[in-house]
Ligand binder design. Structure first.
Ligand SMILES: Cc1cc2nc3c(=O)[nH]c(=O)nc-3n(C[C@H](O)[C@H](O)[C@H](O)COP(=O)(O)OP(=O)(O)OC[C@H]3O[C@@H](n4cnc5c(N)ncnc54)[C@H](O)[C@@H]3O)c2cc1C
Ligand code: FES
Length: 333
């Protein structure tokens, strides 16, 4: 049996078949509800049920019990039991529709022993653009994707990636070390629902671990020299000092971001480090008692994103103002 889902506020509606998820139905009817993994893990497709009932085949991992109790559901897993009215984020139309392209390697250099700076160009795309914070999928020979966030603000047909080597990883440990300038890669782009919400005017609290810095850098670069840029506070967590591969560059962002503060946090600093120590989410919570006024962007390790989300909500953060990108491996998505 089909049900009708109506978006509160806009009044847009779509039909959902008996065996379809709410998200799949919306996308098939050209309503671009925010989403990413489509497997119930990332939490990006969260909607709030205003009226009606849903069910899941299996309880999704990406929804906190507090969120379920507050009436939220994951659209990529939810099946309609009745007609629904939902509050949901419909993504803005993109200048470039997501699609498959041939990219060319334009630069490769080492930031550190584990992190590579890769510059790609998509020469055949006229007027290429993306939302700061979005990612690209590099397609392996068997067609399976590997996701990497654009690390630069949109500017022409080139973009940067920050790629951490994963021991035993097919792309980062297998293919990347042998790549050279001029080589081609099949990619799909632009993708993802982690991007700057321009209409969310709150002060920005950005929390990244490791190469989770990449999309945060894209977002902050897109705000540089913008007189309307809200105050921004960046916590960047890694294990050791060598993990802070852009430490000096970030310190210099103050000149172009009006009220910008940068707080690096190391979990295993070793001798000589006089800065913050521990987990990055703990550093945030020890500095800021009440998170209710912030737009919060979380990006990097799934463990940090999950822990920060739960604990930040306990510290007053609003579910509706937390945007998160978990760097899950493809086989976990
Ligand atoms: C939206 C998004 C954005 C991302 N952005 C970035 C970014 O900007 N920078 C970045 O560095 N990373 C990013 N990541 C993470 C990145 O996608 C992964 O690190 C990358 O895909 C690893 O690819 P790989 O081919 O090297 O490793 P894979 O071949 O996928 O292997 C990863 C690890 O899992 C093991 N493994 C493989 N298959 C299995 C299996 N079936 N069972 C158990 N273990 C297995 C491997 O041995 C290896 O240790 C992002 C992830 C997402 C989802
Ligand atoms: S898109 Fe639904 S949880 Fe990721």
């Amino acid at each position: 049996m089909c049900h009708t889902v109506t978006i509160a506020g806009s009044g847009e509606s779509f039909r959902v078949g008996a065996d379809e998820s709410v998200l799949a139905a919306a996308l098939s009817q050209n309503l671009n509800l925010a989403h990413d993994c489509k497997s119930g893990t990332c939490g990006t497709c969260r909607v709030r049920l205003v009226e009606g009932a849903i069910s899941y085949r299996e309880e999704p991992m990406g929804l906190l019990p507090e969120e379920a109790e507050a009436g939220y559901a994951l659209a990529c897993q939810a099946r309609c039991e009745t007609d629904l009215v939902i509050e949901a984020e419909v993504q803005p139309a993109l200048a470039t529709a997501p699609g498959r392209q041939r990219a060319v390697v334009r630069g490769i250099r080492r930031f550190s022993a584990d992190v590579t700076h890769l510059t790609l160009e998509v020469p055949d795309l006229d007027g290429f653009s993306y939302l700061p914070g979005q990612h690209v999928s590099i397609l392996m020979e068997d067609g399976r994707p590997r996701s990497f966030s654009m690390a630069s603000a949109p500017d022409g047909n080139r973009f940067d990636l920050h790629i951490r080597r994963i021991p035993g990883g097919l792309f980062t440990d297998g293919r990347l070390p042998g790549l050279s300038e001029g080589e081609g890669l099949d990619v799909e782009l632009p993708l993802g629902s982690f991007f700057l919400r321009k209409a969310d005017f709150r002060p920005l609290l950005m929390v990244a671990t490791g190469t989770g810095l990449a999309p945060i850098k894209s977002i902050l670069e897109s705000l540089m020299d913008d007189p309307d840029c809200p105050p921004s506070l960046l916590y960047w967590g890694t294990r050791e000092p060598s993990g802070l591969y852009l430490h000096d560059d970030i310190a210099a962002w103050r000149a172009r971001l009006p009220e910008f503060e940068y707080r690096p946090v190391l979990s295993r600093p070793g001798p000589g480090w006089e800065g913050r120590q521990g987990y990055v989410q703990d550093a945030v919570l020890s500095d800021i008692e009440d998170l209710s006024e912030y737009a919060i962007y979380l990006c990097g390790s799934p463990a940090m994103v999950a822990a920060a989300k739960g604990r930040f909500i306990d510290a007053g953060a609003s579910i509706n103002h937390i945007y998160a990108d978990s760097f899950l491996f493809e086989h976990n998505r």
